[in-house]
Design a protein around this ligand. Structure first.
Ligand code: FES
Length: 347
């Protein structure tokens, strides 16, 4: 070491702590009470936003729009943001204006804490609790508890959308109450090509063909002739999508009670994977296997869509087919079991 150089302590003198300035709330009881009311007001605003969330959920239509966006989603998002934001701002203001304002110097020490340090930490925590004033300020404490308790409601209320599981899907009541056990398929409803909506005759399909199809109600609304729109269309489309496949009639092994569910070797199954609901249409015409791209569940369409590989636990639901007076493919009924993945009530 060069003895001509100045000592390090001379080069980097400890500047010490700047002078402490007390906050107005530390020295002025009026300012302290004003800050307390401000914090409580923020928590109350949060509670009001939570109430608005619930009101918006039940009063804003799912099909309404505002500046091109779903009005219900926008109002729910704004209300939930407000509820969380006001709690956050309230806590920050509480800490800035009302909690203890002491300068603390912490010297470096070994990584593991000694018994004394731990005891000191517990003591400091207790002191912090005391200084936060949570015991002395029932207005702040109670409004915070109320706001935090209420904000949990935002996670519970949307469960309403699950609705009764066995309700019939209609245009008037597509959701909630659309249920999990039914789709828009019904007796005599035509099977039409997806996107274009043209009905299908058995003679339109060659052996080995697979067609993605939908219920005709998505295009003409079924009995009342009005096309489905908005939520009704989304629900009908997502639950009613099917694949129609033609194979040699003798290759089909019909399940019990399903002997008349195919037409000239044409079978129809839900397109929604029974694992976690991906749409399926990867078809191997020689084996009649339908492969789900998500986790490789494989279904044998010649054998009631039995699962031959992968994590799916159930066959794809089959739609019973027939032809109408004009020779077009129609459903004999809705699916006889729920489509899509498992849920708590599905047997
Ligand atoms: S969603 Fe089809 S295998 Fe997982």
């Amino acid at each position: 070491m060069d003895e001509n150089l100045p000592a390090r302590d001379d080069l980097y003198a400890n500047p010490g702590l700047p002078e402490h300035h007390w906050r107005p709330t530390d020295v002025d009881p009026k300012a302290e009470r004003r800050a307390e009311r401000q914090v409580a007001t923020l928590f109350v605003l949060s509670a009001i936003c939570t109430v608005l969330f619930v009101v918006a959920y039940f009063s804003v239509g799912k099909d309404d729009t505002v500046i091109g966006l779903g009005a219900q989603n926008v109002s729910l998002g704004l209300a939930l943001s407000g509820a969380l934001l006001f709690i956050g701002i309230g806590i920050i203001q509480w800490a800035r204006k009302l909690m203890g304002d002491h300068e603390i110097v912490e010297y470096r020490h070994p990584a593991s804490s000694s018994e004394e340090d731990r005891a000191a930490t517990v003591e400091a925590l207790q002191l912090g609790l005391e200084e936060s004033g949570i015991g002395r300020r029932p207005l702040v404490r109670n409004s915070l508890l109320g706001a935090v308790g209420l904000v949990g409601v935002t996670a519970i209320v949307p469960l309403w959308d699950l609705g009764p599981t066995n309700a019939k899907v209609t245009k008037e009541q597509p959701y909630p109450g659309a249920g999990l056990e039914h789709t828009v398929w019904d007796q005599g409803m035509r099977v039409v090509r997806d996107v274009v909506g043209t009905p299908i005759k058995p003679s339109d399909l060659q052996i080995g063909d697979l067609v993605n199809a939908e219920p005709e109600a998505l295009f003409n609304g079924g009995e009342d002739g009005e096309p489905l729109e908005g939520v009704a269309l989304q629900v009908g489309k997502s639950k009613g999508a099917v694949v129609v496949v033609r194979m040699e009639p003798e290759q089909i092994t019909p399940g019990k009670g399903r002997e008349n569910w195919s037409v000239d070797g044409i079978v129809c199954y839900s397109k929604i994977c029974t694992h976690v609901g991906c749409p399926i249409s990867l078809y191997e015409r020689t084996t009649h296997h339908l492969l789900c791209p998500c986790h490789q569940s494989t279904f044998d369409l010649a054998d009631s869509a039995r699962v031959v590989f992968g994590p799916a636990a159930r066959p794809l639901p089959q739609l019973p087919l027939a032809v109408d007076d004009e020779g077009y493919l129609v459903a004999q009924s809705d699916f006889t079991e729920p489509v899509g993945p498992s849920y708590w009530e599905r047997g």
